[in-house]
Ligand binder design. Structure first.
Ligand code: ATP
Ligand code: MG
Length: 358
């Protein structure tokens, strides 16, 4: 996929802006606080209708304004589309080529990977961060996965309500357990397929001189590998007492755990800070290959604040790793870091108000 252009109205510190991008590389350069991350965030929100910086899109509305709107032209499978996202009176409207789309359909166009300063937390932080991260990657490969998650969320909400209200009738829970087992099994299968795709063919850290292998471990709350679906329902029914005692849904995809391994050890406990960052980059590289293989489509790669994340040596390897195949967006407040790259990459100079040209 290629992002051809972006239009921004009243988003963060940007009043009104239109940018036409290079198909190869786009560098957003400028001093701290100028609005580089805001631009990356604008692209992210345009594609995913949520932000990586705030859970409330109201914060993205330019101070003193009421609404924001974003729109970009993309080329996907050789066809040009316009994706627009409007936030008006707290309501989001998503459109593709001027027609309204539901989120699940709209997300199919989300062929972008964004790395920000917050990203390496995914490797060592709470399991929920990795779960969300992998769920979003799985959705890129199997867009229908988003509906499975939606189905699960409804079942989960119903079962949790019953537990919170103190309901103890086993028959009532049984109905939800049957539904939960079904959807959980489907989510489990997709997660297993995804982990297999990543681990297949071995991933070695591109940024390390030694051959350090990177992998993902998946640990579901139920051992589907050994259980038939009816046994899973039986297991859920049998363990209901535990859930009633705790007032919580204890078994389900919302509690599955994922871990990264680095050099055959748990990355969160053993990998250095730099290695943790490398892990994510390598996973993205692998995703590029997977999407290319399965969909014949390459994602766009967006990397915010490169200087805080990698040194110039790694940056060079990163750009090599992208193999000139994907459109790249990089932001930096240290233009020197990119100077060495200028010969190797076709650079598009942004001539907008706050972008310094050099
Ligand atoms: N809703 C908003 N309305 C107006 N300005 C905002 C809004 N939200 C954030 N800002 C401003 O945007 C600026 C931050 O922009 P941004 O985070 O994109 O900077 P940056 O160029 O990425 O900086 P750095 O190099 O430090 O990462 C801040 O000055 C902040 O006050
Ligand atoms: Mg920034």
């Amino acid at each position: 996929m290629i992002i051809k252009s972006l239009k921004v109205e009243n988003f963060r510190n940007i009043s009104s802006l239109r940018m036409d991008f290079s198909d190869v590389a786009n560098f957003f350069l400028g001093k701290n606080g100028i609005g580089k991350t805001n631009l990356v965030e604008a692209i992210y929100v345009n594609f995913f209708s949520r932000s990586f910086r705030t859970s409330n899109l109201k914060n993205c509305v330019k101070m003193g304004e009421r609404d924001f709107s974003l729109s970009c032209d993309i080329v996907l499978k050789g066809i040009t589309h316009n994706l627009s996202m409007e936030y008006k009176n707290g309501v989001k409207t998503l459109k593709v080529d001027g027609k309204r789309y539901l989120l699940g359909e709209y997300l199919k166009y989300g062929m972008i990977f964004v790395i920000t300063a917050l990203s390496s937390e995914i490797v060592y932080g709470e399991p929920s961060l990795r779960r969300k991260f992998f769920d979003s990657l799985i959705t890129r490969i199997y867009p229908e996965y988003i509906y499975l998650l939606g189905r699960f969320r409804k079942i989960y909400a119903n079962k949790r309500d019953l537990l919170v209200k103190g309901v103890e009738e086993k028959e009532i829970f049984h109905i939800w357990n049957v539904e939960l087992a079904r959807v959980y099994h489907e989510i489990y299968r997709k997660r297993v397929e995804f982990v297999k795709l990543i681990n297949e063919g071995d991933v070695y850290d591109l940024f390390s001189r030694e051959r350090k292998k990177i992998g993902i471990l998946y640990s579901p709350t139920i051992d589907f590998y050994r259980m038939e679906l009816k046994d899973v329902v039986g297991f859920l029914d049998e363990n209901l007492g535990l859930e009633i005692d705790r007032g919580q849904v204890l078994f389900g995809p919302h509690r599955d755990k994922f871990y990264f391994t680095y050099d055959e050890k748990m990355a969160k406990d053993f990998a250095s800070a730099g290695e943790k960052r490398s892990i994510l980059l390598n996973i993205f590289f692998k995703m590029i290959d997977i999407l290319d293989d399965l969909k014949g489509e390459l994602p766009v790669f967006i990397f915010d604040d490169i200087e805080t994340e990698i040194d110039s040596n790694r940056l060079e390897k990163l750009l090599l790793g992208l193999k000139d195949r994907v459109q790249v967006f990089l932001t930096s407040s240290k233009p020197e870091l990119l100077e060495g790259m200028l010969e190797k990459k076709k650079i598009f100079y942004l001539r907008q108000l706050f972008f310094k040209q050099f």
